[in-house]
Design a binder for this molecule. Structure first.
Ligand code: BGC
Length: 479
């Protein structure tokens, strides 16, 4: 652990902040590409005369692409490096933006969305891995939280760009520049950040930890010296090398396998953190907010404005996490977030228990409307200041270097599958019982509290090599 003096005296090199920001461009594309479909979906449905089922499939298919992309990212990044994985991600984003924008039919559109999903999945793994690996430990939490800041900014930018195209053209289905419909421009717009991401990938140095893994210690030393001149580079490299050696001696040989149900315990911790982050139902708020806001008494036309406002809130609260994560640590923030989420979701369950009407025509009587509105916002704030950013921070720092990208890939793939399950099940569950649906999310939020309490050790202020020792002896996780 660094001394208090070390914490305060070391200067933060500008270069490392730039590298982390550049690495986080992948997060922006993650947010942008996963939300851009919102504004395009109705026009797309009309253009290709789609049924509800095919529309739902065209929207949700990207999430499965994300899961596959996350898994693939781990393999590519551990084998060829973090930068080649970023370049591949940028290419997939670009191809998908052009493909969806110029789609001929719903079938090629679905294919291009799958390709875009692969890119999102890749970016969701590479950004946290890269940022953690280049960050000095005392600011690693802050820099790794930039990933979430980028995701939330990407979500906001997509909603805004969708709204701008739709209003400028007079509707998402109306012709705009070059006679191409606005909904197509919404997808084409993603080509711009994709090109920026590709350019950034060409300018970034490879992760120094990956270089040590390849035995290229001189190159790793140069990168460490450039990004953190105040830290002891030799000690750093020695620690990384030793951690790699220990891993080899422990017979792990870079494998994810272990004694805990076939996997190393730390891999399970990553998977469970990921799944819980989705099982609290955050994306129900982002994907299905219209029904919620209408139930609370807003008109349909106001719901886009409210969604944009929610996405701004989501960006702002990420700043709270950035301010606190390296000061008070990961665990207190996660625990407080779990309490906030469990209580607010519990209140939403109560509010919807007194609802009248069904389906899209549901209303909340008396004070329950404003109560639900406040609770939904408290939920977004609690998530955005805690589990949103911190799960990505932890996924970047809990795994040993030798398996980091693959383990992160598996955990992120689990997160995308969990996201898919929640997204697909919400309409059915909501039709059966909204109070029970929210109560279930509240239970998962409560479970997330106990999981952190007993299974997630504090990693604040530690080097990545120190952090990985918290999860040995293998096969059991120490609290
Ligand atoms: C999650 C996304 C979610 C976003 C909302 C991210 O951390 O991975 O699924 O949409 O937060 O802010």
């Amino acid at each position: 652990m660094p001394t208090a003096q070390e914490q305060t005296t070391a200067r933060i090199p500008q270069r490392v902040i730039w590298l982390a920001l550049a690495g986080a461009v992948g997060g922006f594309l993650f947010g942008f590409d996963s939300s851009v479909v919102n504004g395009a979906v109705d026009a797309m449905k009309d253009e290709f005369a789609l049924s509800e089922a095919v529309t739902g499939f065209a929207v949700a298919i990207a999430l499965l692409g994300c899961a596959a992309g996350a898994y693939l990212a781990g393999k590519v990044a551990d084998r060829y490096g973090r930068i080649p994985a970023m370049k591949l991600g940028a290419l997939l984003f670009l191809v998908s933006a052009l493909g969806t924008g110029f789609a001929f039919s719903v079938w090629d559109l679905i294919f291009w969305r799958l390709v875009g999903g692969l890119g999102i999945g890749l970016a969701s793994v590479i950004a946290p891995a890269y940022i953690s690996e280049i960050s000095p430990r005392k600011i690693r939490g802050r820099l790794a939280s930039l990933q979430q800041l980028a995701i939330t900014t990407g979500i906001f930018a997509a909603l805004l760009s969708d709204a701008l195209f739709a209003t400028s053209a007079g509707g998402a289905d109306q012709a705009f520049w070059l006679g191409i419909e606005a909904w197509r421009w919404m997808f084409l717009a993603a080509a711009l950040p994709a090109v920026v991401y590709g350019w950034v990938a060409y300018t970034l140095p490879e992760s120094p930890r990956f270089l040590v893994f390849l035995g290229k210690e001189d190159e790793a030393r140069k990168v460490f010296d450039a990004i953190a001149p105040t830290e002891d580079t030799d000690r750093h490299i020695r620690d990384i090398r030793e951690a790699i050696e220990e891993d080899k001696l422990a017979g792990q040989k870079g494998s994810l396998r272990g004694k805990a149900f076939g996997l190393q315990a730390v891999v399970w911790v990553g998977i469970i953190l990921s799944v819980l982050q989705q099982f609290v139902g955050i994306n129900v708020i982002f994907y299905y907010s219209t029904t919620l806001w209408k139930a609370v008494g807003f008109q349909e036309k106001d719901s886009l404005t409210i969604s944009v406002a929610t996405s701004v809130t989501n960006i702002l609260v990420t700043l709270v996490a950035i301010a606190l994560v390296d000061r008070i640590g990961r665990r207190p923030i996660l625990l407080a977030g779990s309490v906030g989420m469990a209580v607010s979701l519990g209140v939403m369950a109560l509010a919807f228990a007194s609802a009248t009407g069904t389906g899209a025509d549901i209303t909340l009587p008396g004070a329950w409307g404003p109560v639900a509105l406040v609770a939904a916002n408290v939920f977004v704030i609690s998530f955005g200041a805690s589990w949103g950013p911190l799960v990505w921070v932890l996924l970047g720092e809990i795994f040993p270097s030798r398996i980091r990208a693959r383990a992160l890939g598996l955990a992120a793939a689990a997160q995308w599958v969990a996201n898919f399950a929640i997204t697909l099940s919400f309409p059915v569950m909501a039709a059966a019982s909204l109070p029970l649906t929210y109560a279930m999310y509240a239970l998962f939020a409560a479970a997330s509290f106990f999981f952190v309490m007993f299974k997630v050790p504090e990693t604040n202020g530690m080097s990545l090599e120190q952090a990985e020792t918290l999860f040995v002896p293998k096969g059991s996780v120490k609290a």
